[in-house]
Design a protein around this ligand. Structure first.
Ligand SMILES: [Zn+2]
Ligand SMILES: [Zn+2]
Length: 359
């Protein structure tokens, strides 16, 4: 079948929107007609080469759509089901799935890194995670999470990555407690959702840190009680001044640089937790060990918000229906697939809370 898709051929080159061939679903796979897809920093990391991925590849890691066809042995969804596509497919049977840590599923990598399902002129084109920058995609059934049919699919799409990751980093990984203080470093797609997650969890103080004033303004709309523009200098002393001189109970790092990783660790008080969710650089970070020993500080990574998609997505949707989770407000700009390069530029410039491509 011929479909329109956004293909990255080389790092640091514009994405090409073109017609490609897509395979039908093989055993255990489903063909999904994409309705909408968020424009996410994870894809941008593939564009810049920070995240290594075989190319050419169809990008897109935050999509939702309707199941069109299923391969043999598929039992989790059926044609006609509305689904959120999950960057965190989970087998449900490995020791981590059984323990409730589905985002650490031992089979996830195998499910994500499949042979090419797209092609052009007889040459294979890979898919980055769920490859939602295409009219149709083929994913393992474990990556398609059914949702109610009355839910707008553009809102639902955001639950595939940024919302589960951001809210999950607070609710699942950090387990933020009522009345606590939370610093969120980076007010992009993940960060804004960490901020609204902290507000939902009952944090008394939510301090957003970013370099872009427009993003700090959005942070306030999503629940930040204080904002710090780090382009004025190191934010740590200001964070400590706001938190009884001790530092915050929790810090969520949602950028992925060594500078901000270290800031998150220095931002927390003794017994505080620093949660690192931004995609890391490959260089090691340097820390004084007494920071950990003397203060019993906890540093923890968060793999996609410690998400268990089949549990978390319905919970998030319930919060949205109850008027408590802001999804409408996240989508500040929509684009056709042809404008995908512009959509990434707007994301980088802080012009959008979330850009969404609609099909
Ligand atoms: Zn993403
Ligand atoms: Zn598993």
């Amino acid at each position: 079948m011929k479909v329109k898709a956004a293909v990255l051929y080389e790092v640091n080159q514009p994405i090409v929107v073109e017609e490609v061939d897509v395979d039908g679903p093989k055993a255990g796979e489903v063909l999904v007609k994409i309705a909408a897809t968020g424009v996410c920093h994870s894809c941008y990391s593939v564009i810049t080469g920070k995240e290594k991925w075989p190319l050419p590849a169809v990008l897109g890691d935050e999509g939702a759509g309707v199941v069109e066809a299923v391969g043999s042995g598929v039992s989790l969804v059926k044609p006609g089901d509305h689904v959120v596509l999950s960057i965190s497919p989970a087998c449900g049977h490995c020791i981590y799935c059984v323990r409730g840590y589905a985002s650490l599923c031992l089979k996830a990598a195998q499910m994500r890194e499949r042979p090419p399902r797209y092609g052009k002129n007889g040459k294979g084109i890979y898919q980055f995670t769920v490859a939602s920058f295409a009219e149709y995609t083929v994913v393992p059934q474990e990556a398609a999470v059914p949702i109610d049919q009355d839910l707008p699919l553009d809102k639902a799409a955001l639950c595939g990555c940024s919302v589960v990751s951001g809210v999950g980093s607070v609710a699942n990984t950090a387990e933020v407690k009522l009345g606590s203080s939370v610093v969120v470093i980076g007010a992009g797609g993940i960060g804004l959702n960490a901020i609204q997650g902290a507000a939902l969890a009952g944090a008394a103080q939510i301090i957003a840190v970013d370099l872009v004033e427009a993003k700090l303004e959005m942070a306030r709309q999503f629940g930040a009680t204080h904002t710090i523009n780090a382009s004025n200098g190191d934010p740590i002393s200001e964070i400590h001044a706001l938190t009884e001189g001790l530092g915050a109970d929790y810090a969520i790092e949602a950028i992925g640089t060594n500078v901000t990783y270290e800031q998150a660790i220095r931002a927390i008080r003794p017994r505080g937790k620093a949660i690192l969710i931004g995609l890391p650089q490959s260089e090691p970070i340097c820390l004084e060990p007494q920071l950990l020993m003397n203060g019993e500080r906890i540093i923890m990574g968060s793999a996609l918000g410690s998400t268990r998609m089949r549990y978390d997505v319905p919970r998030l949707i319930s919060l949205y229906r109850a008027g408590k989770l802001k999804l409408d407000e996240l989508i500040t700009q929509t684009y056709p697939l042809e404008a995908v390069n512009e959509a990434f530029e707007d994301m980088l410039n802080g012009k959008v809370a979330r850009g969404v491509i609609r099909f």
